[in-house]
Design a protein around this ligand. Sequence first.
Ligand code: ATP
Ligand code: FE2
Length: 326
Amino acid sequence: MLCLGIEGTAHTVGVSIVDENCRVHSNLQDMYEPLEGGIHPREAANHHAECLIHLLNKSLEEARKGFDDIDLVAFSQGPGLGPCLRTVATAARSLSLSLGAPIMGVNHCIAHLEIGRKTTGCEDPVLLYLSGGNTQVIAYSEKRYRVFGETLDIGIGNLLDKFGREVGLRFPSGPAIEKLALKGEQLLSLPYSVKGMDVSFSGILTAALNLLNQGQKLEDVCSSLQETSFAMVTEVTERAMAHLEKEEVLLGGGVACNQTLRNMVECMAEERGAAMFVPDAELCVDNGAMIAWTGILAYQSGMRMGVEDTQINQRFRTDDVDIGWR
Ligand code: ATP
Ligand code: FE2
């Protein structure tokens, strides 16, 4: 079975062709970069619309397949930015109707988890999902993926990107902050804001900018920003693992590319006798392959969608989906 998956919840639009063994035949993407300021949803959606035809053709070409070979069309149904989701859903619906292939809307957060589970070989992990818009600790329990902790305000990547924008770093700023942080020499105090199993980042952003205004070195502020925010999410993940008695932790989302984060989570896991898993970078960030693969899982579990079921859901909750494949 060949599934064509389309991702488009935020900055990235991606198209990928994946088979029932999770072999990725092609996986292409293009990212919208705002000229200045943050993401403008309408502009991002226009970007996705402009890229889609090219990405579709190119992904088939790379996979050496034709439209007729596609057995299933999957797309990111949410959560995400309305205009971006609508653009991608419209493309998926027209593709499905014109090819006569079934369609499957996929929850973006669950897709991060499923591609990680399949490609790293972990079985029943706690997923620490850290991207621009999302910060969630997710694990499986009784037919659902449940959210055990999450951000109460902005996503952790958003924290890094906003801080980066204020100090003149290019978007996305995570990689540049990681580099600067390596030269940091002292840990500065920032609000450590864990509330139960949830975290909050907006106070850290303000405090970090204040430290700069007080004359602290950018490198020191960057490393303290990383240390504090990463320690917060690591703490919540550890607690989830302890409560749920899970011995695997899986990282996902663009921030999972960060080596300091990986070291911290790995250290936590090792101390518990657990193991950490990280998908390849191109499968950590937003990508069409995770959507295609999760579409296949859903389809093979017997799930079916008519076009009437394919409305987008900007606030699509991770725990809204019945997991028929576990
Ligand atoms: P969504 O929230 O819908 O998943 P996204 O557009 O934020 O979407 P990703 O590609 O998963 O999706 O993540 C991008 C984020 O990852 C950005 O905030 C970026 O700064 C951050 N990021 C990328 N590389 C690193 C890194 N090395 N260290 C820290 N953050 C990073
Ligand atoms: Fe994502």
